[in-house]
Write a protein that binds this ligand. Structure first.
Ligand code: MTE
Ligand code: MO
Length: 300
């Protein structure tokens, strides 16, 4: 399975969705759901049914293209995603600007079916394709003094109409602590459902950190910087009392303006009902140790 979902597949090459989903559900029951082993198997499988491609690509946050959930799909087609390069700088052994094609050459692209929880209290389940960020960081070489990773999105107002104004200080910036960046759950995603990453979802390459609120999963990345200081991420800069650096999904720490105890699963059917939000978005077993002894209400 791993490596099967290449980035040059078209719809006609892709396994029919029902087959894909059945296999995904089986895999999900055995892997991603290890974290919620206490949950009855049936409920687990239902919960990790992926959202449809249509849902994942038509209800988006990508403020470079506007503030409405439908703006990214409408306007992101204007973005040129090929050629694409990522610059590595700061405390790295091999700084430089690398073509994405070269970066991807030796990466085997894996399927990762992850829960995705936006800080606005909606959620989806998304079948990403990508590789571990750790592989990339090992390749560029992290200097011993590095403690954080800072990510930057493309700045190109001519193609990103939302960058022509608004309250955000572009480019969009995010950051992770180095151990979070190196965690095996943290991926650089290049596709969804075996399709190349749609522009509205952060083409051609974006971060996915499944135990954190969605805004940490920065899209359309062009710069990765290793730093000693904690980076100031876009949302923290904008509203520091509402959005922190860590932004771990946590049903026990409410947003100042709304509860984080439950979430609305995007999409139709029974699962559209509000459901309980899980600690670390259901990935507690894999990530809780990184935050041992930390006051998660203080470090939100
Ligand atoms: N560059 C950039 N990255 C971004 C955003 C953005 O506006 N710009 N929005 C974030 C937010 S708030 C969420 S919830 C997710 C949405 O990802 P999706 O549209 O693929 O579901 O992307 C995150 N990454
Ligand atoms: Mo979000």
């Amino acid at each position: 399975m791993a490596g099967r979902w290449k980035n040059d597949l078209r719809w006609s090459d892709v396994t029919p969705l029902p087959d894909y989903m059945n296999r995904r559900q089986l895999l999900a029951a055995g892997t991603a759901l290890a974290a919620t082993a206490a949950t009855p198997a049936i409920a687990s499988r239902r919960e990790l049914e992926p959202n449809s491609f249509e849902e994942i690509t038509s209800y988006n946050n990508f403020y470079e293209f506007g503030w409405d959930k439908s703006d990214p799909k409408r306007y992101a087609g204007a973005l040129t995603t090929d050629p694409w390069a990522i610059t590595f700088d700061g405390l790295v052994e091999n700084p430089g600007t690398y073509d994405l094609a070269d970066i991807l050459k030796d990466k085997s692209i894996e399927d990762r079916l992850y829960r995705f929880r936006c800080v606005e209290a909606w959620s989806m389940v998304i079948p990403w394709n990508g590789f571990e960020l750790k592989d990339l960081l090992d390749q560029v070489g992290v200097q011993p003094s590095a403690k954080y990773v800072r990510f930057e999105t493309l700045l190109r107002p001519s193609e990103m109409r939302g960058q022509q104004g608004g309250s955000i200080d572009w480019p969009y910036v995010e950051g992770l602590r180095l151990d979070e960046a190196m965690n095996p759950l943290t991926i650089m995603a290049t596709g969804i459902y075996g399709m190349p990453m749609p522009n509205q979802n952060g083409a051609p390459i974006r971060l996915v950190v499944p135990w954190k609120y969605g805004f940490k999963s920065i899209k359309s990345i062009v710069r990765i910087t290793l730093t000693e200081e904690q980076p100031l991420n876009t949302w923290q800069a904008l509203q520091p009392r509402e959005y922190g650096f860590y932004s771990n999904v946590n049903p026990n720490v409410d947003h100042p303006r709304w509860s984080q105890a439950t979430e609305r699963r995007v999409g139709g059917g029974l699962l559209a009902r509000r459901q309980p939000t899980l600690m670390f978005n259901g990935y507690e077993e894999e990530v809780a140790a990184m935050y041992a002894g930390m006051d998660l209400a203080k470090y939100y």
